[in-house]
Design a protein around this ligand. Sequence first.
Ligand code: HEM
Length: 346
Amino acid sequence: MQQPTCINLRKVTRYHCGNVIRNMIFSKRSLFGIIEQDEEQIDAVFTLIEYVYYFSISDYLPWLSVFDLDGHKAIIKKAYATATKHIDIEVDHRIQTWKDGNKSLEEDILDVLIMLKDTNGNPLMNVKEIKAQVLEFFMATVDNPSNAVEWVLAEMLNQPILMQKAIEELNIVVGINRWVQESDLPRLNYVKACIKEAFRLHPFMAFNVPHVSVSDTIVGEKYFIPKGSIVLLSRLGLGRNSRVWEDPLKFKPERHLGMEDGGEVVLTDLNLRLLSFSIGRRGCPAVKLGSTITTMLLARLLQGFTWNLPPNSPCNDLIESSKINHFSTLPLLAQAKPRLAKVMYL
Ligand code: HEM
């Protein structure tokens, strides 16, 4: 009998998210046609994301930046070159295609960005801005969904009853003769509750992206925030707050069921008891897209495969990294066995 394959779920989830956003922007899942290079690009995007959050002395004393005392500049430069190399080639090529009149239909995000016009009918964004926007889309798409799905599966492998409940829901809503579709998502409330619980307990980063206040502000009638302050919102501080959440350190998806009007679970929390997509002017503009990418990924992994821990691992060490992000230190490894008929995977 064939042994189940052991899968590195961190790689699978990260590279899948890369493929999704590549497809949406460029209408192709691979920029290189070589898997290793696509993966290298996504690894470089993750390095860039990580360094958004690192403390650097030159953020406070900019004249020190030439010395690159902490070595961050060199690392970021290298990662930036890898992350953008093929993005830049694709963007240049597509702009030329439009200029040459070889394209007349907007078919993906890149076409839309190129064709955006200001009120005078001139291009809204220059080439540099389009390239920067494309990179931002990559950075915004790959981190939260992949991290949440890896953590949900890790928690499920330690508490198989949770996986069983999610699979029962998938069996009822979707069945086993077709793949889960986006139109099923409103009814996959348990699956979404698992993701929301991962956002609460295991956010991708401890803090949101740093912001600077542009004017003196008073928050909650008693906290004065002077202009120019660096403001960090603690995702952990909210998500694990025992005054807000009962049993805050326990992974308990049920706590999110039946909380919203109409009973449909959504991954945001408008009452800000957890920070998934944040809120306000700098909140995520892609709540629907981010929710869809994350839920589809988890639902398909659960629908398509039976997951088990590799032999000799009685449970996962859900060890959080002592580094800046909150991944478990080691990538999640699990054995996958197809659970649908062979024909479904062709
Ligand atoms: C589960 C998936 C996602 C989560 C949890 C998420 C979460 C967030 C959060 C918390 C912020 C605010 C960061 C801050 O404090 O400045 C943000 C900003 C942003 N997100 Fe998302 N995001 C997700 C997916 C996406 C996707 C798929 C896109 C687009 C392709 C996207 C585009 C953006 C952009 C452009 C911003 C910056 C908004 C601004 O500063 O004006 N996000 N996201």
